[in-house]
Design a protein around this ligand. Sequence first.
Ligand SMILES: [Ca+2]
Length: 317
Amino acid sequence: MLQTTKQKTAFLLVLGVLVFALAMLMTPRNIYAASVFDGTWTVVHGGIGQLDLNSDGTYTSTCATFSNYDEATCPDPSGTFAQGYGGGSAYLYFYGDSGKITAYRWAGSTAAPDSMAAGGLTGIIIDRGTEFQCSQFWNNTYQLVKTPLAYADATNTNAFASGSNDPLGKRSADNWVYLAETAPNHFEKGQCDTAGDPNPTPEPTPAPTGMLHVADLDGATESVSRWWRATVSIAVVDAEMAPVAGASVNGSWNSGGAASCVTDVNGRCEVNILRSRWNQSVTLTVQDVAHDTLTYDASANVDPDGDSNGSTITVSR
Ligand SMILES: [Ca+2]
């Protein structure tokens, strides 16, 4: 048994290590800190269902879009979520298990965001509440196509609110339209009433149309004989966060030399460079993104996973 002081000391030491190891195992290891988004969100416009956001950074969703609503987007049924910022707006990114990324712009106070919208301003909206009360619409053909809240006349010239038939103006006009749901599926034109709401949703900033930006830079390395190759994958999206194909990305390596590629149907393309083993890292800076119809907005560049700022990325071997 434990007869000497030395043996007793050794025993207590081993016991202490075991207790510490057990305590470590029993402590929940949160990769993600609990966020202000944790909890249940209800789809209140553009579809049905709920999203449960968990403090470990995972989510599950029963969100389903209305079939006649082209603008609405739901995240994958499960995956992880993370906060991000781009173009002066705050986003919550859902990384679905299938690889689908869905960005929701959120509104309300920083401490208690109360609503989120995907697909720009008029896509699907999820809310901490359970009832859709009012929404703001950019009254043009793009935003009012096939929403359940408004419809167009036979000649596709004028828009009207569903239920009340309130005229909303020409479909080609760029006006803000406010629609309140005063009864189920009955929408009326008017101002959104935020009286009594402790956290009124701020006026959404109109998304710049005809713009594109970088939404992600990812670096990878591989050995090539006595060399190594750095590869950077670039994602390009439009102002509504939809992938943009056919965008020419032009950048430069800090080691010298230009890099360019053209995005595919998924809005992604890759550039790479060979470096000698004496070089520990190489940095790519995106200098321009050219497109036939869309304009590059470098100030909106963003990287949701934080390994770059959306404009410059360093790849280390
Ligand atoms: Ca990235």
